[in-house]
Ligand binder design. Structure first.
Ligand SMILES: CCCCCCCCCCCCC/C=C/[C@@H](O)[C@H](COP(=O)(O)O)NC(=O)CCCCCCCCCCCCCCC
Length: 214
């Protein structure tokens, strides 16, 4: 059942990640960032308690969009071309943040780490029992991913915000993709593409030793 006409559709958002992977397993930054824009819009609909999260995500998406729409935009068509260009041109701070504090490589890495959280969270939602709590699923996936990169105070603020999340089935309803059963099917369709984007990025960053950029 399609989402109500004109309503915000998470289905389209998640399908952006499918469009991001080319047959040559490149990651197109245009669809990647469109996917993130849609995720942040959904996050904003969950309430102001999450605004400290969406503010940071928007700031990083905007940095990437400025590269993708800037004078060297052809270098930022794909993740692969971005990494090659920034490394070849010495535009990445490898050891500590100095002349290039907001390189595409380090900005994208932060979104990449959050994509791992999303993958775990959506998988948790998909497979959880009906009476599970979204806050528990969210906390568990956060602790298994992003938490490792955040200081104590952010981890505390995040877990407090998660308590505002509704029950698992209520959350599946506000995803506005139909009944909870239809939402579970949609998540099953979307997850392999999110995993594929994550896997390609992780492999590329590992290959170039970029997984710990400051
Ligand atoms: C559904 C509830 C949403 C839970 C979101 C879980 C992620 C929580 C992240 C909390 C960190 C927020 C503050 C950011 C701190 C930054 O220091 C930190 C590091 O960057 P820096 O090195 O430049 O400082 N930033 C980050 O790690 C990037 C965080 C980006 C998080 C984006 C999360 C978007 C979530 C979209 C939710 C959509 C749910 C879809 C469900 C079907």
């Amino acid at each position: 059942m399609a989402a109500a006409a004109g309503a915000f559709s998470l289905r389209e958002v998640l399908s952006a990640f499918q469009a991001a992977v080319t047959e040559r397993r490149e990651v197109l930054l245009g669809p990647y960032l469109r996917g993130w824009r849609g995720l942040v819009r959904f996050l904003n609909s969950l309430g102001a308690i999450f605004s400290f999260i969406s503010k940071d995500a928007v700031a990083k998406i905007q940095i990437m969009e400025s590269y993708c729409g800037g004078e060297r935009q052809e270098e930022y068509r794909t993740l692969q071309s971005m990494v090659a260009y920034e490394l070849a041109s010495g535009l990445v701070d490898i050891q500590r943040r100095s002349e290039h504090p907001d390189s595409g490589c380090r900005t994208l890495l932060r979104l990449h780490r959050a994509l791992r959280w999303l993958q775990l969270f959506l998988e948790g939602l998909r497979t959880a029992q009906e009476d599970s709590k979204t806050s528990t699923i969210c906390t568990d996936s956060y602790n298994a991913s992003l938490a490792a990169y955040h200081p104590w105070v952010i981890r505390k603020a995040a877990t407090v915000a998660f308590c505002a999340l509704p029950s698992r089935n209520a959350f599946l309803e506000i995803m506005n993709v139909g009944t909870p059963e239809e939402a579970v099917v949609m998540l099953g369709d979307a997850l392999p593409h999110i995993s594929s984007v994550y896997g390609i990025t992780e492999e590329l960053y590992a290959q170039h030793k970029l997984l710990n950029l400051p």
